[in-house]
Design a protein around this ligand. Structure first.
Ligand SMILES: [Zn+2]
Length: 353
């Protein structure tokens, strides 16, 4: 994981003065009630996105790429850079033969697909730094032993990411010499090895039919992919000598929360890491399969342990301010096949089993 991910700050450590209700809200597309042969069928059995009462889940945008054999429906909140994208591939209603999809490419990137009784599903991310206005899609499939290919294009819009160039004082973390102490370097190295091992796994998809907001109240204190200036200094003879500020990209999202407030798993998966780390503090990583990982940082307490199986909406920890943090908040990140996306952009996706 990139070091940038670790520069987490919440300026709002104030406790919430209102109560938000943790409720269910539909994030499903509008399925028709006809036969189950196409992706638009009425077979959707989604458990619905679990979100707080002050967070509204809209409808996803949909782009359909199709031919006489297959339908591929792509869903995203906005199809803008830095958002997650969900795809379902089914055979068309008029195609009676079995279609086996072997590969799906979004640009040069291969999207891992999971076969279901109704077709295939997959998740990917639109790179926040992607500068193209369109990206190609290639679906390779076989029909009656014959290899075929469906090509298409997805038009992308630019994500809007804030820039804040006022240097942020991260206390001891802004002191460039602090982390050079041998015992700290050793600890950082140990943490890096643990993360590398967890992220090297490509386990089968565990994402079921629902996503969940990671908090019981919604208030963003630092946006995804915000560019921020970090203060750097050395201490000589008891005085700070300032070094040029460093620009960091915030690879996750900071959500307001007071000490001890709940943190929920965003999707089904297995707890890959639940332990203290140097930058992340008390850190949870959930492996959702297909190289999809969600991260929860600075927790006060763990409510799960490594190896636990969790479902979307399960309480996994409590909000805190451990590690590189200046106040209680939750930093949450989502990495889909090495692409960082705005974690909340998955909530709108009509994922199903
Ligand atoms: Zn953060």
């Amino acid at each position: 994981m990139n070091i940038i991910n670790r520069f987490i700050v919440s300026v709002f450590a104030v406790s919430l003065l209102f109560t938000a209700f943790y409720s269910c809200q539909s994030a499903q597309g509008k399925g028709s009630t006809d036969s189950c042969s196409g992706c638009d069928s009425g077979c959707r059995t989604g458990r619905k996105a679990i979100v707080p009462g002050d967070y509204a889940v809209g409808d996803p945008k949909k782009i359909r790429i199709t031919n006489e054999d297959i339908i591929a429906d792509f869903y995203s909140e906005t199809f803008s850079t830095g958002t997650a994208m969900y795809v379902e591939i089914c055979r068309t209603g008029s195609q009676a033969k079995k279609v086996s999809v072997t590969e799906l490419y979004f640009g040069k990137r291969k999207i891992d697909l999971t076969e279901k009784t109704w077709g295939y599903k997959g998740l990917t991310g639109i790179d926040p730094e992607c500068v193209q206005s369109r990206e190609s899609v290639a679906i390779i499939y076989s029909l009656g032993g014959q290899k075929k290919q469906l090509n298409g294009m997805i038009t992308l819009s630019r994500g809007k990411f804030p820039v804040n160039l006022v240097p942020l004082d991260l206390g001891k973390y802004s002191n460039v010499d602090f982390r050079l102490k041998p015992e700290i370097l050793e600890y950082i190295q140990k943490c890096a090895e643990k993360k590398k091992k967890a992220f090297s796994k490509n386990s089968p998809s565990r994402i079921g039919n629902a996503f969940a907001h990671p908090r019981d109240a919604h208030y963003v204190t630092s946006h995804f992919w915000a560019k921020r200036a970090i203060m750097r200094y050395r201490v000589k003879n008891g005085k700070r000598i300032y070094l040029p500020k460093m620009i960091k990209v915030h690879r996750g999202l900071d959500l307001r929360g007071d000490f001890g407030e709940p943190v929920y798993a965003m999707a089904d998966g297995i707890v890959a890491i639940a332990e203290p780390m140097y930058y992340e503090g008390n850190f949870i990583v959930i492996d959702h399969g297909n190289r999809i990982f969600s991260f929860y940082m600075h927790l006060e307490k763990f409510k799960v342990k490594e190896g636990d199986r969790v479902r979307a909406g399960d309480k996994i920890g409590l909000v805190g301010s451990t590690g590189l943090s200046t106040g209680a908040h939750l930093h949450v990140s989502l990495m889909i096949q090495d692409v960082s996306v705005d974690p909340l952009s998955i909530l709108v996706l009509p994922v199903r089993d």
